[in-house]
Design a binder for this molecule. Structure first.
Ligand code: FE2
Ligand code: FE2
Length: 366
């Protein structure tokens, strides 16, 4: 169930830090795409050659669908912006509304253009595409997650990351036969990478102020759906298959998202708590126990063990270096870190790591 705005509180200090962050973004928004930047490309653009060289399993109809999904979700950003900005106003988070209205929404306005141009070069008329765009823009975006700033910045970070990834897969598919089109998509992709970092930093400042927001992060992740699910469900339903056919690396996606979450939470203990909540919700087993049983037991013990779970998951995903001690001969001052306690931790961590399923299996079957 989406959390109510009544539960959202931030300290004056955290609000000040978020205002400062947004001031910085407003004054240095990076390499914004100019309104007519893609015009020159439109005259030389031809993506028909890509149809002869599509990855195995992708039909021409699939390719058109891949482009239409990007076009129609990118063209509807105004409806997401309205939702985000309203949440900012409802929760007294002026920084969020200001960021959304003045930076994010105008930035997103140009992102659908490369896709419109590519579909035109495949023979779609401007009238036809304009009608599709208008129909999508008139639909109401239904946000299924929570309605507080911490929910929405968590949502924004994941959505931007996955969109970034989707643009990247398309750009790689285009690169050989239509390099001009690939260059436009890479240009948009770089903005999404920056948006991901902005939402990450906004979420981190809120978590720093109140670590219990980890529960809101977990609930937002667990009910996450791309905006396309409510706006263009027939296309979004094919999204996972298309990404796999274009070569999406599920392990890498999990690793990147875990890294973003870990950066926000700032400790293996909170990362462990987040992962355990997610696993419990998805009925994942850890050895002979369900994640939900493990979660209840650890909570009764006052949270001891979340750190080990966090470290085990980070290690399994190849991110063990975020907490591991340096290998090889070290200064004697490191000895307290290498005693019996650390050996026991390491044994337990290894057991957990070997008994949790691979993240890719969980993602692909959920
Ligand atoms: Fe975008
Ligand atoms: Fe974006």
């Amino acid at each position: 169930m989406p959390a109510s705005t009544a539960n959202f509180r931030l300290s004056t200090q955290a609000t000040g830090a978020l205002e400062t962050l947004v001031n910085g973004i407003e004054s240095s928004p990076g390499d914004l795409i100019r309104p007519h930047e893609f015009d020159d490309c439109a005259t030389v653009l031809d993506v028909r050659g890509v149809l002869k060289d599509l990855p195995d399993g992708i039909s021409e109809a699939d390719f058109v669908g891949i482009l239409r999904l990007a076009l129609l979700t990118e063209c509807a950003t105004e409806s997401y912006a309205n939702v985000i900005s309203t949440i900012g106003r409802e929760c007294d988070a002026g920084w969020l509304s200001r960021f959304t209205d003045r930076v994010w929404a105008p930035d997103e306005l140009t992102h659908h253009t490369p896709y419109r141009l590519m579909l035109q070069s495949l023979g779609f008329s401007d009238e036809e595409l304009g009608r599709d765009i208008r129909d999508t823009q008139e639909k109401l975006y239904a946000h299924t997650g929570g309605r507080t700033p911490v929910h929405i910045t968590t949502y924004g970070m994941i959505q931007e990351y996955l969109t970034d990834n989707y643009h990247g897969l398309i750009a790689k598919t285009l690169r050989k036969s239509a390099p001009e089109a690939a260059a436009m998509v890479f240009r948009v992709k770089r903005r999404e990478t920056l948006h991901t970092a902005w939402y990450r930093d906004m979420t981190a400042l809120q978590l720093e102020s109140n670590p219990r927001f980890v529960e809101d992060m977990a609930s937002e992740i667990n009910c996450f759906d791309m905006p396309g699910a409510s706006l263009v469900p027939e296309l979004q339903a094919q999204g996972k298959r298309w990404q796999q056919l274009m070569g999406a690396n599920v392990e890498q996606i999990f690793r990147d998202l875990l890294r973003l979450a870990h950066d926000i939470l700032g400790s293996s203990r909170l990362t462990g708590e987040l992962v355990l909540k997610l696993a419990a919700d998805r009925n994942v087993d850890i050895g002979p126990l369900s994640a939900s049983q493990v979660s209840k037991a650890i909570s009764r013990l006052g949270g001891i063990g979340h750190g080990l779970i966090g470290e085990a998951v980070l290690e399994k995903a190849g991110l063990g270096y975020t907490f591991e001690r340096p290998a090889g001969k070290q200064d004697s001052g490191f000895r307290p870190y290498e005693g019996v306690q650390e050996k026991v931790r390491s044994l337990l961590r290894g057991w957990i790591r070997d008994h949790i399923p691979s993240p890719a299996t969980v993602i692909l079957t959920s």
